[in-house]
Design a binder for this molecule. Structure first.
Ligand code: AMP
Ligand code: GLY
Length: 396
């Protein structure tokens, strides 16, 4: 099948590899050195690329084009596209929209209120502060004190005086990412994954797009069933509200002592959660993407291999403040149990450079979580570029 893939990060490299393995002809709108052996470069503009290659399917990786209505534009030209409409993408692009969906359809989530500058709310306890709108994983503050809460609000309103901010009750517990593929009516969940969002070991430092991810995560059956139920109710609720959701629905949950609570929805594969998930996929994902686009999923369950996967992100030293800029002098070789996904690299004069914030996603596979983790870190130890830096506790 002729497929245009939109996006050029580690997530898209993983998606490209998973699709190319099943013989699909891939066309890319972005450059990624990992794409070179998997397909061909097409126009930067996804619409032009789709016309150029007479695409049978367009797969959209990142959230920004979804929120900007790319799928609506493709569908207006009768292309099949995997991803939600702009209206449905509000599940990610507006946290306030999601809170109101949660309230209307009984999804368990944290208590919250909306705040704008000058509302005069007395901040007398610490609140989690969330910016309404896309923020690439960087629009959330989790203050420990009232003073830090006030400082976060001052920072937000100084930069964005018109912003709407969500103040949310702070929850405690391990996090879990449960993603599903939805066709507007039904959602089929993938195996559960876990991201590590903070920059430094021990979950310290600023929030990032994600420093590593593992799958599957072992959680009690009833907990997982509750998370699946949230995805199902969200898809049913969106349909009932006249905004059917097609694409990847990603629920970010906190597993509290009183059950899972929804922290956020994303409307696409997580990056880096996608890397372990699709590396473990034991079947062609394309019928699922196509089924979602058409409004009819091909089954009730996706098949995954029985292994475990661990993806460790190798970033530049100053990520998330600044990207890397250094030649990569050594990489581990891909093997049956190791894949190096390119996230922020480019080729300059024939030399591979680290040129992004998150540079590589080194993904190890193994029969146990420990074996997958050990394989990933053995791979990471072979990566050489100046300033290469990673967390040592992914999956620990
Ligand atoms: P979000 O983008 O909403 O998932 O938030 C990013 C990260 O902030 C999450 O992965 C959590 O680690 C943290 N976070 C978000 N909401 C809360 C909350 N209500 N309580 C505690 N931590 C939170
Ligand atoms: N890794 C979190 C995200 O993709 O939003």
């Amino acid at each position: 099948m002729r497929i245009v893939l939109v996006g050029g990060g580690g997530r898209e490299h993983a998606l490209a590899r998973a699709m190319a393995r099943h013989g699909h002809a891939l066309y890319f709108t972005h450059d990624n050195p990992g794409f070179v052996e998997l397909g061909e470069r097409a126009d930067d503009d996804p619409l032009l690329a789709a016309r150029q290659v007479a695409a049978e399917l367009v797969v959209v990786g990142p959230e920004a084009p979804l929120a900007a209505g790319l799928v609506d534009r493709l569908e207006a030209e009768r292309f099949l596209a995997f991803g939600p409409s702009a209206a449905a993408a509000r599940l990610e692009s507006s946290k306030i929209f999601t809170k109101s969906l949660a309230a209307r359809h009984g999804l368990p989530t944290a208590e919250a209120r909306v705040l704008r500058r000058g509302d005069g709310l007395l901040i007398d306890r610490p609140w989690v502060v969330k910016l309404d709108g896309l923020a690439a994983g960087k629009g959330v503050w989790v203050p420990d004190t009232v003073e830090e809460t006030r400082a976060a609000l001052d920072e937000v309103f100084a930069a964005r005086p018109d912003a709407a901010v969500l103040l949310e009750e702070r929850l405690e517990g391990p996090e879990l990412s449960v993603l599903g593929i939805a066709d507007g009516t039904r959602v089929v969940p993938l195996i559960p994954a876990r991201d590590h969002k903070r920059r430094h070991d021990g979950d310290r430092g600023p929030n990032t797009g994600g420093m590593g991810a593992v799958a599957p995560v072992s959680v009690p059956d009833d907990t997982l069933a509750e998370c699946h139920d949230v995805l199902r109710r969200a898809v049913r609720g969106m349909k009932a509200d006249g905004v059917p959701f097609r694409g990847v629905l990603y629920g970010g949950f906190m597993l509290t002592s009183t059950g899972p609570r929804l922290l956020e929805f994303n409307v696409r594969f997580g990056d880096p959660e996608c890397q372990p998930l699709v590396t473990l996929l034991a079947e062609d994902p394309v019928p699922w993407f196509l089924g979602a686009a058409r409004g009819e999923l091909p089954g009730d369950q996706l098949r995954f291999s029985a292994s475990h996967a661990c993806c460790v992100v190798v970033a530049g030293h100053d990520y998330p403040a600044r990207g890397a800029s250094a030649p990569i002098t050594q990489l581990p070789a891909d093997a049956d149990d190791l894949v190096v996904y390119h996230a922020g690299t480019s080729v300059r004069d024939g030399v591979l450079w680290a040129t992004g914030g998150r540079v590589l996603g080194v993904t190890g596979l193994g029969p146990t979580p420990e074996a997958a983790r050990a394989r990933a870190y053995a791979g990471v130890s072979e990566v050489r570029f100046e300033g290469a830096s990673w967390r040592g506790d992914i999956g620990a």
